[in-house]
Write a protein that binds this ligand. Structure first.
Ligand SMILES: Cc1cc2nc3c(=O)[nH]c(=O)nc-3n(C[C@H](O)[C@H](O)[C@H](O)COP(=O)(O)OP(=O)(O)OC[C@H]3O[C@@H](n4cnc5c(N)ncnc54)[C@H](O)[C@@H]3O)c2cc1C
Length: 464
């Protein structure tokens, strides 16, 4: 079947957000209110910040304002790979913070465990499965790179299982797989929207006041605290935490550090038992291939396959727009690549096709700071690996607002910032040249051209 025909009935909306368990939005803020801590943004960053603030100090008066609905943005539409890595993967961490990578990995593992513990503690039904992730090679040079990563991982005393082609295909059967490395413990699969909704319920149960459809439009000092304007009211807060991700930051100087990169995903219909048997996958791991332009794929609880990634799209001007969430040419490419990976699933149809904006920064892992003399904290730039790392970001924001030096705020990764992106049109041109070069590298045995090597030396990059 032509790949486009498999898409003909795909609903143009994130599979995860269509769930009957999607809660009603809470009322907007009308009038003025005061609080100790105002959290702006109702994705994982904001929800974790509000919840952990209450756990640290149950007496704290915490308000969260969300411009649309809790979990509607990246947090409700991602691949649901919840990783321990705080550095957008081990390789990126090794390149940038070799001296503290062991500590970053340790804190990342503790963060992932804390997420699992929270899910259990509050009884959050989010289809949590600690299956791990297998990074697969589909080209010989990728196999070499994966083995190098496995050796480096071992040097740091961490554990991954190297799989040859037969061992890998015994786990998940694709004729394109040449081998892989399986991180058994460092990644969990989750229903992303149910995690966001569960965190919302936990926040409410702890006494956080949540206002949805309440966009913060202005931020300014007010007495010894801050004032935030919303469409129908104002919030006066001692401290403010910004978990606004890819959306324009209320602290304007943060904006050049983050660009919206659109990432796309397809969801198949539920597989039949025979279809599932043809690919195996009884371990239900998350998978990712190892090209610069990579796919990520996993099973849902009802045995659909989510197939996403590959085509990371930046639009000139860097706006976040609903119309960018649909991109038929990318869906068609994804559908074709899906069938090349799993030819035995010829005839399977896609039920959903969607996209969303990722907050890419030039070092691919989040950065953190304060503004307004320590009264406002922010965390942004999680790039494509924020499902787990946003909880760490929440802890960092609360540490910074408390003015505390902790194991987190002592990290070089936390104290340093990425290089900002240049203004347009240089930004767009630079990203396009980088994307073109990455594509050529994938087709050319992984060879990095002069441009990519120069970018590597500067510590600059483009990823999703
Ligand atoms: C298609 C896709 C797939 C992905 N897959 C993965 C994956 O598998 N694993 C992984 O780790 N990461 C993945 N990511 C990234 C991950 O989803 C994000 O890093 C994470 O969800 C970021 O959470 P957040 O709370 O910071 O941002 P968001 O979820 O975007 O939440 C920010 C919220 O702030 C609100 N807001 C913004 N401005 C204001 C304002 N002024 N006033 C009030 N509210 C405001 C927005 O409405 C929004 O709800 C993916 C992302 C996408 C788009």
């Amino acid at each position: 079947m032509d790949s486009a025909r498999a898409l003909s009935d795909a609903r143009p909306t994130p599979f995860w957000l269509e769930d009957p368990g999607r809660p009603e939005a809470l009322s907007a803020l009308v009038g003025d209110t005061t609080c100790d801590l105002l959290v702006v943004g109702g994705g994982y960053s904001g929800l974790w910040t509000a919840l952990i603030a209450k756990e640290r100090d149950p007496g704290l008066d915490v308000v969260l304002v969300e411009g649309h609905e809790v979990g509607w943005a990246a947090s409700g539409r991602n691949g649901g790979f919840c990783a321990a890595s705080l550095t957008h993967g081990f390789g990126n961490g090794l390149q940038r913070w070799p001296a503290e990578l062991a500590e970053l990995e340790r804190q990342g593992a503790a963060n992932l465990q804390a997420i699992e513990d929270t899910v259990k503690r509050y009884g959050i039904d989010c289809e949590w499965e600690r299956t791990g992730e297998i990074d697969v090679a589909t080209q010989p040079h990728q196999l070499e790179e994966l083995h190098e990563v496995a050796e480096a991982v071992a040097r740091y005393g961490l554990d991954v299982t190297v799989l040859d082609a037969d061992e890998l295909r015994a786990q998940v059967n694709s004729p394109t797989f040449l081998g892989g490395i399986w991180d058994r413990d460092g990644v969990a699969m989750v229903h992303p929207a149910k995690l966001a909704w569960g965190l919302k319920a936990a926040c409410l149960a702890q006494g956080v006041r949540i206002f949805e459809r309440t966009r913060a439009t202005e931020l300014g000092e007010y007495g010894s605290g801050m004032a935030v304007r919303t469409p129908y009211g104002r919030v006066f807060a001692r401290r403010v935490a910004l978990g606004t991700n890819v959306f324009p930051s209320l602290v304007k100087r943060v904006r050049p550090y983050v660009v919206p990169v659109y990432d796309y995903a397809l969801m198949t219909e539920p597989l039949t038992d025979a279809q599932l048997a043809s690919i195996g996958w009884s371990g239900r791991q998350g998978l990712g291939d190892s090209a610069n332009q990579f796919h990520y794929f996993r099973l849902s609880a009802d045995n659909r396959i989510l197939w996403g990634g590959y085509d990371a799209v930046y639009h000139y001007g860097g706006r976040v727009r609903g119309e960018y969430d649909q991109r038929p040419e990318t869906f068609r490419t994804l559908a074709g690549n899906f069938l090349r990976c799993f030819p035995q699933l010829e005839g399977v149809r896609f039920s959903h096709a969607w996209g969303g904006a990722i907050d890419t920064c030039t070092r691919f892992s989040a950065f953190f700071d304060t503004a307004y003399r320590g009264r406002v904290a922010y965390a942004a730039g999680f790039t494509g690996l924020g499902v787990g790392a946003t909880r760490f970001g929440a802890e960092v924001m609360l540490d910074l607002l408390a003015g505390e030096r902790t194991e987190r705020t002592s990290l070089e990764m936390v104290r340093s910032k990425p290089l900002p992106f240049p203004p347009e049109p240089v930004r767009w041109a630079g990203i396009e040249i980088t994307k073109w070069s990455l594509d050529r590298s994938d087709r050319n045995g992984g060879h990095r051209n002069l441009w990519l090597r120069a970018m590597d030396r500067l510590g600059l990059g483009f990823d999703s």
